[in-house]
Write a protein that binds this ligand. Structure first.
Ligand code: IMP
Length: 189
């Protein structure tokens, strides 16, 4: 994945090159702060974390370990992206398996881009009458927002550019990178 002797530490995934943007250390520091903030607001309950797959799997794993209090974790899989573009259509590949009525929920998203995925999913959740819903987005692109969704906790606000790493992929690659990398402008086609 690394280009040998590249002074800018770029990486290549398929046909595209990416530049380092948020370091692994910055990611870990921020995720621990998010876990502590959740612990302060939800420590009287046993919240149910809902991890929105696929991109949230690493963020969720770190976030719940930074939440040092009893909690449950479940997963849904929603897709809306093909390559570096949103398809404009949210598909439920794997739905909720848990009864969420009366539960305190923490929805964990990897990245909030247009907000379409979260908007669609929150409508489904509220219809099942949970006690509360806290939304957490590791990354958010404020300039790309098209749907109004309230994100209670945000890891990092970033520019409207395609990124990979820390669970996020480009056509399957890049999820295992420890930091965040941004698409190099000149290689974007
Ligand atoms: P939204 O529905 O437009 O908010 O997009 C949310 C989903 O699109 C995320 O959960 C990701 O799976 C995907 N996505 C959006 N932006 C990026 C990106 O920059 N890199 C990788 N995936 C992205």
């Amino acid at each position: 994945m690394t280009i040998p002797f590249d002074p800018e530490n770029r990486i290549q995934l398929h046909d595209l090159r990416f530049l380092p943007s948020i370091s692994a250390q910055e990611v870990q520091t921020r995720v621990h702060a998010l876990g502590a903030a959740l612990q302060n607001s939800l420590s009287d309950d046993t919240p149910l974390f809902i991890s929105v797959l696929s991109g949230s799997f690493i963020f969720t794993a770190d976030l719940v370990r930074a939440f040092e209090h009893p909690c449950e974790i479940t997963f849904v899989k929603l897709t809306s992206y093909a390559g570096t573009q949103s398809t404009g259509d949210v598909q439920t590949v794997m739905g909720l398996e848990k009864d969420i009525s009366g539960r305190h929920l923490v929805v964990v998203e990897d990245i909030v881009d247009t907000g379409r995925t979260l908007h669609f999913f929150l409508e489904q959740l509220w219809a099942q009458q949970p006690a509360s819903v806290t939304t957490v987005g590791f990354l958010r692109k404020p300039d790309a927002a098209k749907f109004s969704v309230k994100i209670d906790l945000v890891g990092f606000d970033i520019e409207d550019n395609f990124v990979v790493g820390y669970g996020l992929d480009y056509n399957g690659l890049g999820r295992n990178l420890k930091g965040i990398y941004v698409l190099e402008p000149t290689t974007h086609q």
